[in-house]
Design a protein around this ligand. Structure first.
Ligand SMILES: Cc1ncc(COP(=O)(O)O)c(C=O)c1O
Length: 347
């Protein structure tokens, strides 16, 4: 049985009419393209440093620094809440503040109020919905997502309080040779997992090649076909299916006390990326391997970044994200729980 893992285009979720309202949003190639544009826009407005959360995808500081924007870090607690006191202490070091809606979960109203105060005092706020999709209401001056985290298509929507059209016009369109590769991979994955044909080794090679190109190519603008496919997905249905899987798995985890959910309650509007759990120290990597061998695509989000404080490092090293995506049903969630308890018992 396969559960989770990379996405393939699934005709069951395609609708004849567009399902998203995207007026006023810029459509770019991915999260990295959004970060590149945001860094340029911030620098043009006098921002000399940005404060980032200590728990984050390492591609964020890497991209921002490559775009000439220095970074500093504020603390995030083990429950992934933001340490507002630490931000306040460090605020004068930077002119912009970055926060992530982790795994699709919104921060509480006090965080929104804090961000609004910060904006009123002249700071810029970047809100990262790469793991959250279309989470409302947003507070950032720049808000972006990354759809390849949530479906089988490349693209990212960027909302901005400033007019980015002149800046975007300064990035020339460039060819995107990743797209034919990643499409072939995604079609091949459907054939492999659903129709049980094709070669896993060929798929792995295609994926690696496509990912290498994503890292290397300076593609900013999004692709029209990918955009059309994203906008015709049944996002309300996807949300419902993921939420139902999340709740099922959460209930099943009650009988596995060694796996402690990071978010023990599903919020009303969350489109969950996955279900992150903390595992006992030292066991995470072996559990990840064992689940992979059983066909369960868990994800390590993320290795600690080079300057991570000891608390963030310890948390990052214990966290594992279990799959709850829309392909799964109750029997898949039961399978994940069974394999997880076996992996924990066997290690
Ligand atoms: C929270 C977050 N922001 C931004 C990015 C960059 O997005 P992309 O992979 O679309 O470039 C990632 C990538 O994993 C991410 O997890």
């Amino acid at each position: 049985m396969f559960v989770g893992g990379e996405f393939y285009p699934d005709p069951r979720w395609v609708r004849a009419e567009p399902q998203l309202h995207t007026t006023g949003l810029y459509f770019l190639n991915g999260g990295r393209a959004c970060l590149t544009v945001i860094a340029a826009a911030l620098r043009a407005r006098g921002v000399r440093r940005i404060l980032l959360p200590s728990y984050l995808c390492p591609s964020i500081p890497k991209t921002l620094r490559a775009c000439g924007l220095p970074t500093a870090f504020y603390r995030v607690r083990a429950d992934l809440s933001l340490d507002l006191e630490d931000i306040a202490r460090q605020q004068s070091r930077a002119q912009a503040l970055y926060f992530i809606n982790y795994f699709g979960f919104a921060h509480p109203p006090a965080v929104r109020a804090f961000m609004q105060d910060y904006q009123r005092s002249g700071g810029w706020v970047v809100e990262d919905n790469a793991q959250a999709g279309f989470l409302e209401p947003s507070v950032g001056d720049f808000v972006f997502n990354s759809l390849r985290k949530l479906c089988a298509h490349d693209g990212a929507y960027l909302h901005s309080r400033v007019d980015l059209a002149p800046l975007l016009a300064s990035f020339p369109p460039v060819p995107n040779p990743r797209l034919p590769l990643i499409r072939a991979y995604r079609q091949g994955l459907y054939a492999y997992q659903v129709e049980h044909r094709g070669s896993h080794a060929r798929l792995r090679a295609l994926y690696r090649q496509a990912e290498r190109l994503y890292e290397r190519l300076p593609v900013i603008h999004g692709d029209a076909q990918e955009r059309c496919e994203i906008e015709h997905l049944d996002w309300a249905g996807l949300r419902q299916a993921r939420r139902s899987n999340y709740q099922t798995l959460l209930d099943l985890l009650n009988s596995i006390p060694q796996a402690v959910p990071v978010f023990p309650q599903l919020q009303a509007d969350t489109l969950p990326l996955g279900l992150p759990v903390y595992l006992p120290r030292g066991l995470r990597d072996r559990v990840y391997e064992a689940l992979g061998q059983a066909g369960v695509g868990a994800v390590i989000h993320w290795p600690p970044h080079a300057r991570a404080d000891p608390h963030t490092r310890a948390a990052a090293e214990r966290m594992l994200t279990l799959p709850v995506d829309e392909r799964a049903r109750r029997k898949h969630m039961e399978y994940v729980a069974l394999q997880l308890s076996r992996a924990l018992a066997g290690v």
